[in-house]
Design a binder for this molecule. Structure first.
Ligand code: SF4
Length: 735
């Protein structure tokens, strides 16, 4: 078979996803992984962010990585010199043992696991080192559960951080309430002492105390002091108000009260679904109103500032509409950790509504699958973007805190997590846990890290309270190479002549999908003797203009279990998904101020305006009034005026591309794909600004991306555009 025929096999596979002949091998059963992950075979041998200690106590540092704890401990116990070096070596060995214990299912507090690990290495370490390390375990500076990066981590870490934040709120609340209770009690006691009842013999005896009870004649004393005492020094209305406020403050169940006389347990604020949290919030609202009212009255009474003529009418009408953000901030936030696999359950259907209504709720949505095979080519969302969109959609609602991150990156973002949990109002934490039904060939930590590296699930935070613009609110956090399309790393291997070769390899969306055993059909292995110059790395293939990829086949580098290098070609459907992931990444980059199309557009507009103005001035000088009038007339007749809503509604479907402008909710998806082709009218609703400014592929992709399916791509204008057959098929649901 000649080389052209061999390459034809590859081209056919790329276009159709079908292997013909024996020139290509299946990926199934080959146990391949992306070449850049070759060095991460055994995570227990590496030092990285996990496992982490969920630190007990009230400090802000609620989590500490095991490596940081070992470093800290060794810095305390290891002396300088050879002896210290030996101890440090054994300390690192102990850290590895702890990782292995967790990998084999051990669980518990770090102090207990430390002892177990110290016992395991005792035989290998010299006697002194083993003893020092074992003793160090008794005096660790922190303690708490040691947890690995698995499917349970996001909920455990978030709930732990939430409790840490709530303890701080509880302390502030108790300090406020205890102080008010003390002041109101003092007012009541002082009034009693000066009243007729307070000057009765038994009250005087109680006031003097048992030590001097025999020295005084309390009956005679009472006769003397009670002569002009009022029946009750506190006016009845004031006494009632104080009594009522005290009873409400003492009976509240929002926070635990160590001095409480009632046995009613504090209210629970941790839920596993949105509906239950909303129901609890609504049911408790009257108690919130009552407690806020009691606090306000108590503060006024304690300061002697309650004026019945002013305050009575105000408090009579006091209801939930009077609650302020400051009031609500006094109360615990609601935590909703939606269990894996329950994101689409009916009880969670109101997630977005709940977040947009501003309830003080913190929600963890655990994303367990980023690759949605069923949606490929169905005319709806493209492959693999639904889960990745949740956080960006929430960000579009504004007014909240949003964090998106894979679980592998949560420890690095722990400060942000805490900030989100401590913020006023709602917060969404969308976390990919790296364990799609155990179908990943990688351990959860590595799968999660691969999702972030490949742009399949980039990390970002959006904090509406951080400032008035995107620069203050949005952060791309610690994504690697944030300016670039893909992360790139150096990769070294030995070629056929056993010479060292170094390549710069991009880690792409296709590499991420290669790790998922469910999607092996999108890949085929090319034998080494059929490698050829028409094969392009996925990143290079994607970087080419559409027309320049037709005779090229994209591939990723992969290694097998023996670390043999392979080229694995990728079919067109997966490449479409990779392109889509890249588009979403570009949108995040824009939010982060990278390659900002608005800035670039503004620059172009300003330059054009400046040039036009200069031209106009020149024309004015040259031709005087008539020429200037001509310029104005031309300017007043733009070539493609944005359609009004009415015009867009009336327009009938045709072979021409068009948009139902009046129905456009301005999500901006189409403009992210090509903002020269799609524009906004005066109502910020999309229309086709310049049909010739983009390709039919972009029209179809915009139609697929449009959340309300109002883009109709019509028929292709360029019959020579590559891939038209496939595009026409995809366009069908939108014609
Ligand atoms: S036309 Fe569709 S994709 Fe474009 S802005 Fe409107 S809703 Fe979004």
């Amino acid at each position: 078979m000649d080389m052209a025929a061999k390459f034809q096999d590859q081209l056919v596979f790329h276009m159709t996803g079908k292997r013909a002949g024996d020139g290509l091998s299946p990926v199934d059963g080959a146990d391949l992984r992306p070449a850049l992950l070759a060095r991460y075979r055994d995570l227990t041998q590496l030092r990285y962010d996990y496992p982490v200690v969920l630190v007990e106590g009230d400090g802000d540092d609620y989590a500490l990585s095991l490596s940081a704890l070992v470093n800290r401990t060794l810095a305390e116990v290891a002396p300088r010199g050879i002896e210290g070096e030996r101890l440090r070596r054994h300390g690192l060995r102990l850290e590895r043992e702890l990782r292995m214990l967790l990998a084999h299912g051990a669980a518990g507090r770090v102090s207990e696991l430390w002892k177990a690990a110290a016992a395991r290495i005792a035989g290998d370490a010299d006697g002194n080192s083993a003893e020092v390390l074992a003793r160090a375990g008794d005096s660790l500076t922190v303690d708490g559960a040691l947890v690995d990066c698995d499917a349970a981590l996001p909920a455990r870490l978030l709930a732990h951080a939430w409790r840490n934040v709530q303890r701080g709120k509880a302390q502030r609340f108790r300090a406020l309430v205890d102080q008010l209770v003390r002041k109101l009690t003092d007012i009541r006691r002082a009034a009693f002492v000066n009243s007729e009842a307070g000057r009765r013999p038994e009250a005087l005896r109680a006031a003097v105390g048992a030590g001097h009870a025999d020295v005084f004649d309390f009956v005679a004393m009472s006769r003397l002091v009670a002569r002009h005492a009022p029946k009750d020094e506190l006016p009845a209305a004031r006494r009632d108000r104080i009594e009522w406020a005290l009873s409400v403050l003492r009976a509240q169940r929002f926070y635990p009260d160590p001095a409480a006389s009632n046995d009613a347990p504090p209210l629970a604020f941790e839920f596993d679904n949105c509906a239950a949290a909303v129901e609890a919030y609504r049911a408790r609202l009257p108690q919130v109103v009552e407690l806020v009212k009691a606090l306000a009255i108590a503060e006024l009474e304690a300061a002697g500032a309650y004026v019945e003529a002013d305050h009575d009418p105000f408090f009579e009408r006091y209801d939930e509409s009077a609650l302020t953000a400051d009031d609500l901030a006094l109360f615990p936030d609601y935590l909703v950790c939606i269990p894996r696999g329950r994101n689409d359950a009916p009880e969670n259907a109101s997630l977005m509504e709940m977040l947009s209504s501003g309830l003080p709720v913190k929600v963890l949505v655990q994303v367990d699958d980023l690759i949605d095979e069923a949606s490929i080519g169905t005319g709806h969302f493209a492959f693999g973007v639904r889960s990745a969109r949740l956080a960006t959609t929430a960000m579009g609602l504004g007014g909240m805190f949003v964090l998106q991150s894979p679980s592998s990156n949560l420890y690095a973002l722990r400060e942000r997590v805490r900030r989100g949990l401590a913020c006023r109002g709602p917060a969404l934490f969308a976390v990919y846990d790296g364990d799609p039904n155990a179908s990943s060939a990688l351990p959860p930590y590595l799968a999660a890290a691969a999702a972030m590296e490949s742009r399949a699930f980039p990390a970002f935070t959006y904090d509406a309270s951080a400032g008035g613009n995107w620069a203050a609110r949005f952060s791309l956090e610690n994504n690697r190479d944030p300016d670039a399309d893909w992360t790139v790393e150096s990769f070294e291997f030995a070629d056929d002549a056993l010479q060292r070769v170094r390549e710069r390899i991009a880690f792409t969306y296709a590499d991420f999908v290669l790790c998922d055993r469910r999607h092996t059909a999108h890949f085929a292995v090319v034998p080494r003797d059929r490698w050829n110059a028409a094969m392009l790395p996925v990143s290079d293939w994607l970087a080419r203009p559409d027309g320049e990829t037709t005779d090229r086949v994209p591939y990723v580098w992969a290694v097998d279990t023996d670390d043999r290098l392979h080229r694995v070609i990728v079919d067109a459907r997966l490449m479409q998904a990779a392109r889509r992931a890249l588009l979403l990444w570009h949108r995040l980059q824009e939010h982060g101020g990278i390659h900002n199309s608005h800035a670039e557009q503004l620059l172009t507009r300003e330059r054009a305006a400046w040039e036009a103005q200069k031209q106009q001035e020149l024309d004015s000088v040259r031709q005087a009034g008539k020429a200037a009038a001509t310029v104005e007339a031309e300017a007043a007749a733009p070539a493609a005026a944005p359609p009004t809503n009415e015009a867009a509604v009336e327009r009938a479907p045709s072979d021409e591309a068009w948009i139902e402008t009046a129905r456009c909710p301005s999500c901006g998806e189409c403009r992210n794909i090509n903002d020269r082709m799609f524009g906004y009218n005066e109502n910020k609703q999309a229309y086709i600004k310049d049909i010739d400014a983009g390709t039919y592929r972009q029209l179809v992709e915009a139609a697929e991306a449009c959340q309300v399916a109002i883009i109709h791509p019509g028929k292709p204008r360029n019959p020579n555009e590559p891939g038209l057959a496939e595009l026409l098929e995809r366009a069908k649901p939108f014609l």
